[in-house]
Design a protein around this ligand. Structure first.
Ligand SMILES: *[C@@H]1O[C@H](CO)[C@@H](O)[C@H](O)[C@H]1NC(C)=O
Length: 243
């Protein structure tokens, strides 16, 4: 084999390896759900009207409304999905990973801070996005979004999988039943700290909306629970990546 052919082959192989992990191809144009008579399908099968309605009516909260294969079966086999995100003032979408998809986030009402942890460089890429900005979170990388402003922020995200999956680091670490001893050793903290984190993460009433004329919460300092928790989580994410 000529060296140039070998090079081409290696490049193709690399491309194939990099592309591995996407949704499997289907052998039909679309997937008819079991028990459905295909000849009775119409446009409603390809329509999903629940995206915006899936967000909470309370704009003080962080809510995400998904349109993945679970909510919208016509996406099965199509390798795409979508989400609508609403961020109340001071709310965060905590550090998480989508194991099966890259995410392309588009801000329709900014500003919105986003961050992405590079596990090779052990570095945080952070950016404050303005209305109209787009940001890509590569597949499998730890990332978060945070609205540090006094107004609601809104965004839409497209995913390169019909079932991107979400692994929330706070939930995976502190709500999964990992023993306190393991967490204490892992983060080199005492039991009280682990218990406090587990307690903080327990489902609770949403934070009250700030009074209309109250100043936005400070971005730093122990008095601001969300930013403090966020900083801790990003630190934990970085720690995890070092292990
Ligand atoms: C599917 O619907 C068509 C049109 O109504 C009907 O002719 C056919 O018998 C149905 N097939 C099944 C398996 O029910």
């Amino acid at each position: 084999m000529a060296p140039s052919s070998l090079t081409t082959l290696l490049v193709l192989l690399a491309v194939v390896l990099v592309a591995h992990g996407s949704d499997p191809d289907i052998l039909t144009d679309f997937v008819v759900p079991p028990g459905t008579n295909a000849s009775l399908l119409d446009g409603t099968f390809f329509t999903y009207a629940g995206l915006i309605a899936g967000n909470s009516a309370d704009p003080a909260k962080f809510t995400v409304s998904k349109a993945t294969a679970a909510e919208f079966p016509a996406l099965l086999g199509q390798s795409v999905s979508y989400a609508a995100l609403v961020f109340g003032p001071g709310t965060v979408n905590p550090p998480h990973v989508h194991p099966r998809a890259s995410e392309l986030l588009y801000v329709v009402q900014g500003p919105l801070m986003v961050g992405l942890v590079d596990e090779i460089k052990r570095e945080l890429y952070a950016q404050t996005l303005q209305t109209g900005d787009m940001f890509v979170f590569p597949k499998g990388m730890v990332h978060f979004q945070f609205n540090g402003g006094a107004d609601v922020a809104r965004a839409f995200s497209a995913f390169g999988s019909a079932s991107p999956g979400t692994v929330s680091l706070p939930v995976a670490l502190f709500e999964s039943g990992i023993s306190d001893a393991v967490l204490e050793k892992s983060f080199n903290v005492d039991e009280a700290t682990v218990l406090a984190l587990e307690h903080d993460l327990a489902p609770a009433a949403p934070a009250p909306a700030p009074a209309p004329d109250s100043p936005p919460a400070p971005k730093n300092g122990g008095a601001a629970p969300v930013p403090a928790c966020l900083a801790l989580m990003v630190g934990f994410a970085a720690t995890l990546l070092l292990l």
